[in-house]
Design a protein around this ligand. Structure first.
Ligand SMILES: Nc1ncnc2c1ncn2[C@@H]1O[C@H](COP(=O)(O)OP(=O)(O)OP(=O)(O)O)[C@@H](O)[C@H]1O
Ligand SMILES: [Mg+2]
Length: 237
């Protein structure tokens, strides 16, 4: 376990190669066992921000996870602590079978094969995909891919879960199961989502992104109201 804060980001700035300024001075802290929802319009920088938390992108400013600076010599340790579910599951699945895909993490961390497969089966059962062990990931439906990718994150038992639009493609029972599963998990979580019901169900705190900055940080319900983010609120009523 690591001390406080779990994640600390100071004045993070990032520009993509084509010149797009995606992050423009982000400050953020996450405490142990806290769940925070990342809200904000399309293109406001949520995914770009999350990709900095395990060093897939590195911008200017400072990012620390469990006190470790996100830089080359710490990346292996940081990636064991941070479990990242990508917005696009196709970026996450690459082995010939579902079981091998989920077992890949523990196997490459040195867990003996039999134990790695046992953990992989257990993680697949957690996401309701136990029956799919022998299937090819690229033949799965979008929602099934999402579940398998999540199993691949959970199997490593990271200290913090970072979920980029986790309910996309999930059917309504799948969304409810995901909420129930995430509620049972003790880890701190950062969840980028347009799904306000998911944000409400899991997070007390939210931050709101706009044009590469966090423009508001507070109770989830307050932010949903302030930014008119409630999808069920009929216009004009
Ligand atoms: N690979 C890339 N190259 C250039 N620009 C990019 C790239 N990826 C994202 N961007 C740009 O960076 C900005 C932030 O994008 P990002 O994907 O972080 O937004 P987001 O808040 O996650 O949006 P969404 O809600 O649609 O998922 C946008 O202007 C986007 O067009
Ligand atoms: Mg995104």
């Amino acid at each position: 376990m690591c001390g406080e804060p779990l994640i600390e980001v100071v004045n993070l700035r990032f520009r993509y190669e084509d010149g797009t300024a995606a992050l423009d001075g982000v400050d953020f802290r996450l405490s142990a066992s806290e769940t925070v929802a990342l809200l904000g319009p399309n293109g406001s920088g949520k995914t770009t921000f999350l990709l900095h938390l395990n060093g897939l992108l590195q911008g200017e400013g400072e990012v620390r996870v469990c006190g470790l600076k996100v830089e080359k010599q710490n990346l292996a340790a940081i990636r064991r602590k941070v479990g990242l579910l990508f917005q696009d599951p196709d970026e996450q699945l690459f082995m010939p079978s579902v079981l091998e895909d989920v077992a890949f993490g523990p196997l490459s961390a040195g867990v003996p094969p039999e134990e790695a497969l046992r953990r992989a089966r257990q993680a697949l059962a957690q996401v309701g995909m136990a029956e799919a062990c022998d299937r090819a990931p690229y033949h799965l439906s979008a929602g099934e891919k999402r579940r398998v990718a999540l199993a691949g994150v959970l199997v490593a038992e990271p200290e913090v879960l970072i979920l980029d639009e986790p309910t996309t493609y999930l059917d309504p029972p799948g969304q409810r199961d995901l909420v129930a599963l995430l509620r049972r998990l003790p880890q701190a979580k950062i969840i980028a989502t347009h799904d306000v019901n998911l944000a409400r169900a899991l997070a007390q705190r939210a931050v709101f992104f706009e044009r590469g900055r966090i423009v508001s940080d507070g109770p989830v319900e307050e932010l949903i109201e302030r930014f008119g983010w409630d999808t069920s609120a009929a216009s004009g009523s």
